[in-house]
Design a protein around this ligand. Structure first.
Ligand code: SAM
Ligand code: DTB
Ligand code: SF4
Length: 357
């Protein structure tokens, strides 16, 4: 034993921390055992310790459990293809550290005028012909403002619904009255991400609060529109932050019908441009944990696929993701080519989901 370990002042903290670690391991073991008993149940009382116990399971065990829950609640070997379109690009007043469209950062994205309804419906029709069943329109807005721009969005939603597609929008903060108007236009889903944990949020965005986000989600739910909310990993957050974000989402009652999990797309000119990429195994852990905590939700393998191998993407689908963004662009950044995605799904024998009747 080294000299330092024999000194009473050192021995005590060391043995305490060893005991604490042993107790923690026991607690985690118990939590894992308990969690096995409720596998596949929709629960709204998740704790951080439980989320961590799942997230930190041996990788194969985590994926096995997630796969079992996935098969219990979802059609095997099927993936929904969703196409994104930025209907109003750039010049956003918010300071989201990850976002190329924020006017606070010097990126290559220049503000553009809003697309016309005809252009958007043309893109939606092409997306449908290419096999997408859901079309999501994004605007680089802090919030929706009443007026001609919102009137145009309402027309876009009506047109997308006439094409037989699921319609989703992501337009920033929304009031209950605006949510109601979108619902009346036929909107199926509204995307508004928590992005990260409440604790990490302040280091990523300062121009609106976590509670602002929750208020918008409440307005969406109240209007009878389904909720699409998830977040981004790879922004320098801890594993606890990732798990806490999932806890916030899973505690919602009802849980979000749709949970996009994005890997940060590191865009030049944003404050996060030099962060290291997300490890594949960490990304799959996040997908699998989301699947376990929100068994019935669509878990969407979202931004970041351009930097992932085919094998990583397949592992995500195996571990519980059942949707991808499909089309050569996300909002402003690249996405894998449609032909590559078709090849990947064909090679794996995964079927694109058919339109719902
Ligand atoms: N302005 C609206 C808002 O923030 O709610 C809608 C558009 S915003 C681009 C939608 C979501 O895209 C963000 O909440 C964020 O999760 C995701 N996102 C934006 N930039 C990203 C990036 N560089 N990498 C990964 N996800 C990103
Ligand atoms: C979501 O969670 N990811 C999508 C969608 N919801 C709107 C957006 C990803 C954007 C990635 C960066 C960009 O292309 O601008
Ligand atoms: Fe604006 Fe949305 Fe980008 Fe934030 S994420 S800067 S709100 S477009």
């Amino acid at each position: 034993m080294s000299e330092s370990l024999e000194r009473p002042d050192v021995v005590l903290p060391l043995s305490l921390s060893a005991r604490a670690r042993a107790a923690e391991a026991l607690r985690a073991g118990a939590a894992r055992g308990d969690l096995e008993a409720t596998l596949g149940e929709v629960r709204h009382d998740w704790t951080l310790a439980e989320a961590r116990a799942l997230h930190d399971l041996p990788f194969f065990e985590l994926v096995d459990r997630a796969r079992a829950v996935h098969r219990q609640h979802h059609v095997e070997g099927e993936v929904q293809l969703c196409t994104l379109l930025s209907v109003k690009t750039g010049g956003c007043p918010e300071d989201c550290a990850y976002c190329p469209q924020s006017s606070h950062h010097e990126t290559s994205i220049e503000p553009e005028k809003m697309l016309d309804v005809g252009e958007v419906l043309g893109a939606a029709k092409r997306a449908r012909e290419a096999g997408a069943t859901r079309f999501c329109m994004g605007a680089a807005w802090r919030e929706v403002k009443e007026g001609p721009a919102f009137d145009k969005v309402v027309k876009m939603v009506e047109g997308v619904k006439e094409l037989g597609l699921e319609a989703c929008c992501t337009l920033g903060m929304l009031t209950p009255a605006q949510a109601k108007r979108l619902k009346d236009a036929g909107l199926d889903a509204y995307n508004h991400n928590l992005d990260t944990s409440r604790d990490a949020y302040g280091s990523i965005i300062s121009t609106r609060t976590y509670d602002d986000r929750l208020r918008t989600l409440a307005a969406v739910r109240e209007a009878g529109i389904t909720v699409c909310s998830g977040g981004i990993i790879g922004m320098g957050e801890s594993i606890d932050d990732r798990c806490m974000m999932l806890v916030e989402l899973a505690r919602m009652d009802p849980q979000p019908e749709s949970v996009p999990i994005n890997a940060l797309v590191r865009v030049a000119g944003t404050p996060l441009e030099s962060l290291p990429p997300v490890e594949a195994v960490e990304f799959v852990r996040m997908i699998a944990t989301a699947r376990l905590m929100m068994p019935r939700s669509m878990v969407r393998l979202s931004a970041g696929r351009s930097d992932m191998s085919r094998e990583t993407q397949l592992l995500c689908l195996y571990a519980g993701a059942n949707s991808i963004f499909y089309g050569d662009r996300l909002l402003t950044t690249p996405n894998p080519d449609v032909s590559d995605d078709r090849g990947l799904l064909d090679d794996a024998g995964v079927r694109p989901m058919s339109p719902r009747p």
